[in-house]
Design a protein around this ligand. Structure first.
Ligand SMILES: Cc1ncc(COP(=O)(O)O)c(C=O)c1O
Length: 335
């Protein structure tokens, strides 16, 4: 689950549980579909807790919190089957549906001759609905949508929409943004674009990996993810190595990145001790169709230089934080 998805789930009183596959928890061991759900874990959870306890299953394509890693068609199909057997609604967080479809085309048997739209259609055919932030694979500046198969549920959501975002024909968005989304959803499936997109991320990943910088492998869809735990082994997790690295990259080279680790996903136990996240990552999300190769070379040079100077980087202490989504507004200091 992405951070704001989890926060919305928790705000509604439910609990969000991540069920990432085992290979997704090992940043530097390459595997083709590290965004897959752990099917065994999902099945055992349903058996142990009962399907009626579970409001829905969400699969995020690609997995932004875990390295921009893709989900295989087989995994989507298996998840759909388990959910259907137990009558649990199955949704796709579809932000990066085109990048995920492209990875399926490149990496999954039986899909190399299929078009991106065919692959996307098959992916969505297994779901009861999807959420989409159009700022990602729709090339739009703003907006998104919720798509549902169930007519009654859709009517309920439309009614709620009127009192929250706006009338169903525009949902709080300007007409030009709706047009941008409608066009962007097709434009993003252009294979020449997708090849450029995935190759750019791979280029930066390979360049820094060649300099021994610890980085999530293989390269993900939309971003390069540094493994902060390995990058800064002298900083303990309760001093937030990911956030320390984010600051170091900004100070050294003006590069903006984001921590995806214990600042974003950490919790406290009853004694106020940090329960760390699975991974301590730093994400460098690359805007679509913005940078040239020399921009990316600059980013690589800065990362490599910071890596050489890593022993001088200090941890972080939190001075002030909020209960929900603390990483959005927390105040911190260098130790
Ligand atoms: C996988 C995923 N889901 C949901 C969101 C939330 O999108 P928005 O900020 O448009 O609500 C993001 C944003 O980065 C995301 O990556």
């Amino acid at each position: 689950m992405f951070d704001t998805t989890r926060a919305n789930i928790e705000y509604s009183g439910a609990i969000g549980i991540d069920m990432i596959c085992q290979e997704g928890k090992l940043p530097q061991i390459p595997a083709p579909f590290k965004g897959n759900i752990d099917i065994m874990e999902l099945s055992s959870y349903i058996s142990a807790n009962g399907a009626e306890q579970i409001a829905m299953v969400i699969i995020t394509v690609t997995n932004n919190s875990g390295g921009g890693q893709p989900v295989s068609m087989q995994n989507i199909k298996d998840t759909h089957q388990i959910c259907a057997e137990h009558n649990i609604p199955f949704y796709i967080d579809a932000c990066r549906f085109a990048e995920n479809s492209y990875f399926i085309k490149l990496r999954e048997k039986g899909y190399s001759d299929k078009s991106i739209i065919e692959i996307a259609n098959e992916m969505f055919s297994y779901a009861d609905g999807c959420t989409m932030s159009a700022k990602k694979d729709a090339f739009a500046n703003i907006g998104g949508f919720l798509a549902l198969r169930n007519e009654d549920l859709a009517t309920t959501c439309r009614n709620l929409l009127v009192i929250t975002e706006g009338f169903p024909t525009y949902g709080g968005l300007a007409g030009r943004d709706l047009e941008a989304i409608a066009i962007g959803l097709y434009e993003v499936m252009d294979e020449n674009y997708l090849q450029y997109r995935i190759r750019s991320i791979e280029y930066l990943t390979q360049k820094i990996a060649a300099a021994n910088v610890p980085v999530m492998l293989p390269a993900g869809g939309h971003a390069v993810y540094l493994d902060a735990k390995q990058f800064l082994p002298h900083i303990p997790v309760d001093q937030y190595p990911g956030q320390a690295l984010v600051c170091a990259l900004y100070i050294k080279g003006g590069i903006r990145s984001v921590e995806i680790g214990s600042l974003m996903f950490g919790k406290y136990d009853a004694f106020g001790k940090l329960i760390p996240a699975n991974l301590e990552l730093v994400r460098l999300a690359i805007p679509r169709r913005v940078y040239t190769q020399s921009h990316i070379d600059y980013v690589a040079e800065v990362i490599i230089q910071v890596y050489h100077e890593r022993a001088s980087i200090h941890g972080i202490i939190i001075i002030k934080e909020s209960k929900l989504l603390r990483h959005f507004t927390a105040q911190m200091d260098l130790i």
